[in-house]
Design a protein around this ligand. Structure first.
Ligand SMILES: [Zn+2]
Length: 207
């Protein structure tokens, strides 16, 4: 079954969570998560983390989202206001990535019970906080906050932090995150958000 649209009737392929263009952009071929890969003996290279998604998702909305995300982050200077459509693009890209990372580590992101909503928008119960990190140790990174509660077959992931370049997003169920994680990117608020005034934080995942 496709992790994202939940469709079971389409061909499924194992796709890399982080696209080749992004790995190239950040010279990330050999990077591993800086806080260690959860419970895996050998740290998994970020470039090699794969998940099952269907051909429709992969060639359709995910491909379009990837193009928009790439253009936003790397084709123009990150200055001025972050407009609503751009905030939606960023929120969807980071949430899609968080859902897939949780899955890759054998879990599910709490709040993302309806990942198929990502196909055309954002899941209902997810919030995304955005910040910058000054001089990050590496330009592509992630961390998962996994709840350890005994016997559950599937672990529950409380939040996921994803760092791209000097931008860091935290994705979690509504009400989980705070100003420690940056400023709220999603759900949209009325007041203006600017690239230039994003708070600077360290890579944190605990709420
Ligand atoms: Zn799909």
């Amino acid at each position: 079954m496709c992790v994202l649209c939940q469709g079971a009737d389409r061909p499924i392929t194992r796709e890399h969570i982080f696209a080749r263009w992004l790995i190239r952009q950040v010279h990330g071929a050999k990077l591993v998560p800086s806080q260690g890969a959860l419970s895996t003996a050998a740290p998994l290279r970020i470039a090699r983390v794969v998940v099952p998604v269907c051909a429709d998702c992969n060639a359709g909305w995910m491909s379009g989202l990837e193009v928009s995300f790439r253009r936003m982050l790397f084709a123009r200077p990150r200055t001025g206001p972050l407009q609503a459509p751009d905030r939606l693009t960023l929120s969807r890209w980071f949430t899609k990535t968080a859902v897939l990372l949780a899955h890759a580590y054998g879990g599910a992101l709490v709040g993302a019970e309806h990942p198929a909503q990502l196909v055309s928008g954002m899941p209902d119960d997810i919030e995304v906080f955005l910040a910058r990190r000054r001089r990050p140790r590496q330009d592509l990174d992630y961390a998962l906050d996994v709840m350890t509660d005994g016997e559950a077959r599937e672990s529950r992931v409380r939040s996921v932090a994803v760092l791209v370049d000097d931008l860091i997003a935290h994705v979690a169920a509504t009400g989980t995150l705070s100003s420690r994680h940056g400023t709220r990117l999603w759900p949209l608020r009325t007041h203006t958000m600017r690239w230039d005034t994003l708070p600077v934080i360290t890579l944190v995942v605990r709420g």
